[in-house]
Every structure is written in structure tokens, then in C-alpha cells.
Design a protein around this ligand. Structure first.
Ligand SMILES: [Fe+2]
Length: 507
């Protein structure tokens, strides 16, 4: 006990602990280089005075026990941004906040995130009571802070009763924090459900309005139909029982399609020594899957103008289709062809909107408000495309806002694959994950039973290696996109996780 504090001062005076603390503060802080700046800040902030007896970590301790803690503790002063300890540190110091505020941060998915702010009266450092434990958070001063630090040696000198009481107080504080988190979680769930209900109502209301709208009907009437030969050939190619000769006979009905097939097979891309002029030979060489993609691609192109904007949209659809096909195979779905088709057609509504804007330039702002998914779905229904395709196109935006359970079961798998294909496309294009609609991404990855439970390892270890391996068997615009994406993916990856070398795996 400091000699110049008389024993009588320790009688029933309630301020005795504060008086002792003040003296201890004065002694402990002498020579601390941070003290002057801290005191200056405290004066300018006009902060209230310390009262250690009110600290939650000392609840239930008697005055003489608090004095024991104060005698062993060391006063420390932190300026804004100073670090108390870092995640992974193994020191076992207990901290009592007498003034100021301390921010706790934790590394989640490679990034440091704020998880809590502790204020005057709080304590931190519960790992000090757990043998061989390491800090699971980083603690940084959010503003000028006055802390009492009790290091391991001092803590071990405290009586076992005091240590037990402090340990119990840590548990009590943890329970209070968990209670607060549960309360906030419950509130968040309520808010999400409310927003979900509002969005769903908005989508369904729009859906009915679109179907009954004379304006939308007029718009769709003015869009050229898919060539009838293409429609019949698509149905045939989707049938499990279609023979090569039937496909060839149907394809021959559309001379321009035959031209596309022969042009494709004889392009430099396939590198054949001898030109193929027989369409049957070409279809057999390409395989049904490739022919199917060519027919859809050819059919859609014939309905839209051949301008750079449409070509860009078409390239996007080709790439998404390629990803969809590969994703469906990766998660062992029986219908990769159907997934590929949905990918090819999913943005047909955007093409319609582009066309309308070209035709009615003054109304461009209003036309942009149209729901492309709904327009595309209605157009595909009009073209007699299978219901699975046009309904999946209609539900394509659902995964952005809802978990898998909220998407109708019959289209869930298709909407899920299309959604993840889109994320793959964006990521391959160099857009960072934080800018993408990824609220329920891992839920969809889990729903589709992929070999990984979250997107990034799935993308790095499975999707991209598989896609790059088959790059030579895809349309030229897709190949070009994937080649350009190589650098962007590596850049995005190194920004996200500098320790991961993905180059060797992809290429
Ligand atoms: Fe798209």
C-alpha cells in the first residue's frame, strides 16, 4: 500500500478505492510516453472520471479485493489506433477498460472484420484464464483509452477467490454478449423476412401484370419468331431417342443452319486437314451437344440485329451456357444440355429491351425499367420452348434475394446452376466477389451437392480447371473470353488471397 495514504482513509469511505487508484495511476504512468498526449485528449474530450469499482470484471469483489487488483494492475494509455493485442498472440494479460473504447476484429475469409466495440466498464482477455490459448481477436483502441492491464504474473499473484470471481464475470459478460447477439439475430431475421415478402409480392404482382399487359403482348408480337426448323430441331435434339439420321434430315431443312454447321467444322479452330462438306459427317464429328448449341445460337441470332451490343450479349450468353453445362456435369446432374440451353437463352429478354431502345430512343429510360427475366420468359413461351427453360429464365433473379428453399422446387436446380454460372462469369471477367450478389451463394453451392461447400474453393479447384481443360471444344467467342479472363482471375485471386497460387492449377 502506498505509504502516504493513511490507514484511516481505508475505513468506510466509499471513495477510498478511487483515491487509491488515483495514486496508483500517478505512480504507474510516470514516464509513459503516451501519457501526455492521452491526458491532453482526455481534457479536450471532457471525459468523465474513472471508477474501477464499476468495472464488470470486478463485480462481486470486496473493496480490499479491488484494491489487491489495483495494486497488481498496471495503468496503460492507448491513443486511437493503438493495438492492445493481435489475433494469434499468446500473451495472457487481462484488460479492464477505465476510459475510452476498444474495437475487436477477427479475420474471416481472409479479411479482417469488426465484430464488437467494448466500452468503459468492460473487460477483455478471457483467454488469460484458459491454458495455452491464443487470442482469437485483435483489439485496437477506437479512441484515446485508459486501460488497467493485469499480466499473467500479476494475475497468478491474485488470490484464487478473486481469480475465480473474475473468471465467472468473464463468463457472465460472454453470456450477456451472446444474449445481445441472439436479440440482434432475431431482429435481422425478421427484417430479412419482411424484405423477402415485399420483394416476392413485387415480383408476383409484376408477373401477372406482364402477362395481362397489352403493351407487352404488342412488344412480343413484333419480335421475329425462332425459325420453325430451329424449334423442331431443338425438340428432336432434346429427345433421348433422336437418331443421327433424323437430326441430319431436320437440319437439312434449314440451308442457312447447314451453312453454319459446315462453317464451324471447317473453321481453323478445329484444325482439320481435309475440309468436310457432308453435313452428316459434320454433325457426327461435332456431336449432338455442340450441334444443339449451334442451333439455339443460330436461331437467336436470326431474330436479333447483328450489332456490337447484341454480339456482346450473345457472347455473355455463350459463356454462361458453357459454365452451366460444366457445372451441371460437376454436380452430376442428368441434364447438362438443358442447363446449357437455359444459359444460352437466359438474357433473351435483355436483347428485346436493347431492340426496343433502338427503336424508341426517346423512351430508353422507361424501357430500361422493364423486367428482362419476365419479358424473356414470355417470349420463349411464345416460341414454344420447353416450360422448364422459360420458367427457369423467369426465376433467374430469385437466388439473388432468396435461399434455395424459396425457389419453386421444379426450377430450383436450373435457377441455382444459372445463378452460379453468372457468378463464375463475373468473377472470370475480373469483378471482385464483394461487388457481386452473393448473399446466398454458399447455400446454393451446398444445395447442388458440389464437391466443395463454398464458392471460392469450388471455383479455384474444380470449375476453372475443368473449364480450361475443355476450352478448345467451345465456340470461338467463349474461348477468347476465357483466354482474356486468365490474367483477370489471377489478379483478383492475388488481391483476395496473396498466399494462394492458383496459376498452376488452372493453366
Ligand atoms: Fe446474364
Amino acid at each position: 500500500m502506498p505509504k502516504h495514504i493513511p490507514k484511516r482513509a481505508l475505513s468506510n469511505d466509499k471513495d477510498v478505492v478511487v483515491a487509491i487508484l488515483k495514486e496508483l495511476c500517478r505512480r504507474h504512468t510516470q514516464g509513459d510516453k503516451n501519457t501526455a498526449k492521452w491526458r491532453k485528449d482526455m481534457i479536450s474530450n471532457n471525459d468523465e472520471k474513472s471508477d474501477i469499482s464499476q468495472n464488470k470484471l470486478l463485480r462481486g469483489l470486496k473493496e480490499n479485493e479491488i484494491f489487491e487488483v489495483c495494486a497488481l494492475g498496471k495503468n496503460k494509455f492507448y491513443n486511437t489506433g493503438d493495438t492492445l493485442f493481435k489475433e494469434g498472440d499468446s500473451d495472457q494479460t487481462v484488460y479492464l477498460i477505465l476510459h475510452g473504447a476498444i474495437k475487436l476484429m477477427q479475420t474471416l475469409n481472409g479479411k479482417e472484420k469488426d465484430i464488437a466495440v467494448l466500452q468503459k466498464g468492460d473487460g477483455l482477455g478471457d483467454t488469460a484464464f484458459i491454458k495455452d490459448s491464443k487470442r482469437i481477436v485483435t483489439a485496437v483502441a477506437l479512441k484515446s483509452s485508459h486501460i488497467m492491464a493485469i499480466d499473467k504474473l500479476s494475475k497468478d499473484m491474485l488470490s484464487s477467490e478473486i481469480q475465480l470471481r473474475m473468471y465467472n464475470n468473464f463468463n457472465q459478460m460472454a453470456s450477456e454478449r451472446i444474449g445481445g447477439h441472439i436479440h440482434r439475430d432475431t431482429k435481422l431475421i425478421d427484417q430479412i423476412q419482411y424484405l423477402g415478402t415485399r420483394i416476392r409480392k413485387l415480383i408476383h404482382t409484376n408477373s401477372e401484370e406482364y402477362k395481362n399487359s397489352e403493351l407487352i403482348r404488342d412488344i412480343l408480337e413484333n419480335i421475329q419468331s425462332l425459325p420453325v426448323y430451329s424449334s423442331n430441331l431443338l425438340l428432336l435434339l432434346q429427345s433421348d431417342r433422336a437418331s443421327a439420321s433424323e437430326v441430319v434430315e431436320q437440319a437439312k431443312l434449314d440451308p442457312s443452319l447447314v451453312g453454319v454447321i459446315l462453317k464451324t467444322i471447317n473453321s481453323a479452330y478445329y484444325g482439320l486437314r481435309c475440309k468436310i462438306s457432308d453435313v452428316q459427317h459434320a454433325i457426327t464429328y461435332l456431336g449432338f451437344n455442340q450441334v444443339y448449341q449451334l442451333v439455339v445460337d443460330h436461331g437467336v441470332k436470326s431474330t436479333m440485329p447483328d450489332t456490337p451490343e447484341f454480339q456482346e450479349l450473345q457472347c455473355h450468353s455463350n459463356v454462361v451456357s458453357f459454365f452451366s453445362f460444366e457445372l451441371a456435369r460437376l454436380c452430376n446432374k442428368n441434364t447438362p444440355l438443358m442447363h446449357g440451353t437455359i444459359g444460352l437463352l437466359h438474357d433473351i429478354g435483355k436483347s428485346v429491351i436493347l431492340l426496343l431502345k433502338k427503336q424508341h430512343k426517346k423512351l430508353a429510360i422507361l424501357i430500361d425499367l422493364l423486367d428482362h427475366a419476365r419479358i424473356g420468359s414470355l417470349l420463349l413461351e411464345k416460341w414454344n420452348v420447353p416450360a422448364t427453360v422459360y420458367k427457369s429464365v423467369e426465376y433467374q433473379c430469385f437466388p439473388e434475394f432468396f435461399p434455395p428453399s424459396e425457389v419453386p422446387e421444379e426450377f430450383r436446380e436450373y435457377a441455382a446452376v444459372l445463378y452460379i454460372s453468372h457468378i463464375c462469369y463475373e468473377y472470370a471477367k475480373g469483378n471482385e466477389k464483394k461487388e457481386l450478389p452473393v448473399a446466398f451463394l454458399d447455400e446454393y453451392v451446398t444445395y447442388l451437392n458440389f464437391p466443395e461447400k463454398s464458392f471460392m474453393p469450388l471455383f479455384k479447384n474444380h470449375i476453372m480447371p475443368s473449364v480450361y481443360k475443355k476450352m478448345n471444344a467451345c465456340p470461338e467467342n467463349v474461348r477468347k473470353f476465357l483466354m482474356e479472363s486468365k490474367t483477370k482471375i489471377l489478379e483478383a485471386e492475388s488481391a483476395l488471397d496473396k498466399n494462394v497460387d492458383i496459376g498452376g492449377k488452372f493453366f
